[in-house]
Write a protein that binds this ligand. Sequence first.
Ligand code: GDP
Ligand code: IMO
Ligand code: MG
Length: 422
Amino acid sequence: MKVDVLLGLQWGDEGKGKIVDVLTPNYDIISRFQGGPNAGHTLEFNNIKHVLHTIPSGVFRENKMNVIGNGVVLDPAVFKKEIESLSKIGFDIKKNLLISKKAHLILPTHRLLDAASENAKGDTKIGSTLKGIAPAYRDKIGREGLRVGDLLENFEEKYFQRKTQHLLMLDIFYNYDYTSQLEEYEKEWFEGIEVMKQFRFIDSENYLNNELKNGQSVIAEGAQGTMLDIEFGSYPYVTSSNTICAGACTGLGISPKNIGEVFGIFKAYCTRVGSGPFPTEQENNTGQKLRDKGNEYGSTTGRPRRCGWLDMVALNYSIMINGVSSLIMMKTDVLDDFDSIKICTGYRINGEITRELPYELNNKIEPVYEELPGWKKDLTGITSESEFPDELKNYIKYIEEKTSVPIKIVSVGPNRQQTIIR
Ligand code: GDP
Ligand code: IMO
Ligand code: MG
């Protein structure tokens, strides 16, 4: 068997959690391969609305195994809160969640360093979720990180070495006052470790490859989106991991030969949370209308998301980088009330139009739009493709032609059931 990958093609929050939950019945194992608690993946079913941060979105289905892969950075304090909120709604996942020993830990001091670094940046803030992502990945790449497997031996000694170095950085480099936060962060972090120890720590690369050989099916769940990828996103306004398909290979220990279907998920328009370039952003009534109708507020931080029209230049770039084989279009219903819908098909830069993503997404870019008629119909109650209005069929056909990739799923609302599979 091969591993199917589902990943975001824009700036995150495309609706990955919802669709992984919808697709889970087709798979035996659901695995996260990168990112950490910066992610917020929302699922809605049976009047339950739930946001997951580190835990894969397969946990609500019975008899499925969920794996936190080696590429993930894990904060025990956040993990504990997630486990507690799942348990409050009746889900005990001790038997169906496995954690890679090679996943790196986010320490309390990583969170402080994230805040200190953002403070020091002034106007050039990344708009980080302040979950300690960049400092944790920095320690990983700097070969100084602590891993889940370290919890099994001499852990306290290793922890205090790292903490001491981090506190020196906070004092000397950032002059950052952490006294009011550190104690509380550490308390919840050590409590989190005790919760983590109730789960099985495994060599997930061996587990996954063995299960594939045994004929089990696996879906890899991406976090963030391609435009936030450390290599190919709008650097430096990105996250610190490989959000792209190749990240599933390194973040799970899967050979490129064993990648199957690549599901690329995108909103029928665009959003971005945090700083950084966004060529099709609408800082006007249109943007506000998208935000209101789409309830565009961050699942992790609650920040209002910036909103704009669909950007085909960025979308085609993401499709290319990931080798997307099927597209999934989300939040189609949010466009229900528009007389006409704009799609950006190129960037005009210094008078010339390009359809390729340039090195820098700066304010010299002027998006070139085509305009398609809106459908002006409530899509949220429809249950089959035969009910699609002609204008929506046209919108879908237009995107399929411009991308040369079929749109296999159209989402028309946040609920599991509001999903049309074509
Ligand atoms: P993720 O990070 O990619 O999992 O996405 P988020 O959960 O952060 O954000 C997607 C938001 O849109 C969530 O609030 C979902 O409940 C909601 N959502 C998902 N699909 C649809 C849809 O088709 N229509 C509408 N209106 N909302 C959706
Ligand atoms: P999901 O998985 C949207 C953004 C932050 C910031 C930048 C760097 O829910 O789609 P970080 O905390 O990673 O150092 O922040 O990346 N960001 C996200 N935006 N969805 C996410 O995850 C995000 N995770 C990080 O807003 O601009
Ligand atoms: Mg999200």
